[in-house]
Design a protein. Structure first.
Length: 233
């Protein structure tokens, strides 16, 4: 969760430092002056839940938390004021706290998660089996351009969109089994290193269908999409 806090960071922000340095600066990671808010802080949790429930009251029927995670980087160099459990457990607890208030307002609850969360949850504190217990759906960001060579046995994920989507998505289905949460992947509709057009987008959609879901989100920062890749419903 990234959000500037108007009244100064205090315990509201994740901070730099270690056990030998009791107070540091707001931890900004690679995002410049924008600090990560502290998911362990009760006021931060309430602030985000209030925003979510207000949106539901206004008529939005789905609330998806994005960047509900810890920052990238060495955990030993971060401080989370008030944290009494692991970062992954704390994030799952936040989603648990969010679930009933959001549902009571008539909306469903989802969480966007990193593709690596299925295999390396500690890197960003997104434990998929824990998270899936408290949301209606998990939305893994499986963009082929974001995978390293060799992930899931795929030599060049960016050039093999079907293979990486099918194999990584199968892992998310396995980790959410029995939780009741759906898996709705984010798919890539932008070019980064490899030119993506109708064929590449359709390959991802076909892979998602073969893995077990006909639901998906497409991401393009400019909101320009290859509509021909999406079959009529």
């Amino acid at each position: 969760m990234i959000r500037p806090w108007p009244n100064g960071p205090g315990a509201k922000a994740i901070r730099t430092g270690s056990s030998r340095i009791p107070s540091g600066q707001p931890y900004a990671s690679k995002y410049g002056a924008i600090a990560f808010t502290n998911f362990a802080d009760p006021e931060i949790r309430k602030y985000n839940i209030d925003l979510a429930t207000e949106a539901a009251e206004l008529g939005f029927d789905g609330i998806m938390y994005d960047y509900v995670r810890r920052p990238d980087g060495a955990l030993s160099q971060m401080q989370f004021p008030g944290l009494t459990v692991t970062p992954g457990e704390s994030i799952a607890e936040f989603l648990h706290e969010s679930r009933d208030p959001v549902r009571d307002k008539g909306a469903n609850l989802g969480a966007a998660v990193f593709g690596i969360a299925a295999t390396r949850p500690d890197e960003i504190a997104q434990d998929i089996p824990q998270i899936a217990r408290y949301v209606d759906y998990v939305a893994p960001m499986l963009y082929p351009s974001h995978w390293n060579a060799g992930e899931y046995g795929v030599a060049n994920p960016n050039a093999q969109p079907y293979d990486i989507i099918f194999r990584s998505l199968a892992d998310f289905f396995h980790q959410t089994e029995g939780t009741g949460a759906k898996v709705i992947p984010w798919l890539q509709d932008f070019s980064l290193g490899v030119n993506y057009g109708d064929a590449e987008v359709k390959a991802q959609i076909d892979a998602a269908s073969a893995a077990g879901t006909n639901s998906f989100f497409l991401w393009n920062a400019a909101s320009r999409y290859h509509s021909s890749a999406v079959a009529p419903g």
